[in-house]
Ligand binder design. Sequence first.
Ligand code: FES
Length: 209
Amino acid sequence: MTGKLHQHDAHSANQTFSFNAENLKKAEVIVARYPQGKQQSAVMPLLTLAQQQNGNWLSKAAMDVVAGMVDMPPVRVYEVATFYSMYNLEPVGKHFVQLCTTTPCWLRGSGAIVEACEKHLSVRCGQTTADGMFTIKEVECLGACVNAPMMQVTSVDADHFYEDLTPENVTQLLDALASGKQPKPGPQSARTSSEPASGLTSLKSAGGK
Ligand code: FES
């Protein structure tokens, strides 16, 4: 699919929105979690569900449907959607790449990661590639500081963290995603999970490395 067609499809979807049968059931389950009279508390998970169904962005029509479901003035739903960075208010690429540049990631070289992505994809942060494949964005801490620098990639309806990034491995990850592969999420270095980057420093006698 070309980028143009992708954008066109996304904009067509902007005109109307309704939850499909499967998501309508999920939405009803979400709303039922909250006590009678407190259904407005479901606004965020409902927006997330609507965004997932709508190609990872929220059209006005989608937000209006959510407002109707929780009996909330639409403007209050727009306020929620514009406040939180995880909601996209414009169409995004097939792979939505969020690059963390908060202090721990910055200290571990996130500037070079952003530069490598921008150069490799020929777009700046906040932009989408001409083929509609990638949107890259700078974001605040995503909670994986111990494996900094890192990025979150949302593809269709799955979110994956990629950690211990370098300018080299991040471009390899982008190439793999572009060719339809699903690279292994998590640390891209040799370490397992959040082990100390230089090897274990405690509990060594328990069979650690
Ligand atoms: S600072 Fe980047 S994940 Fe926390």
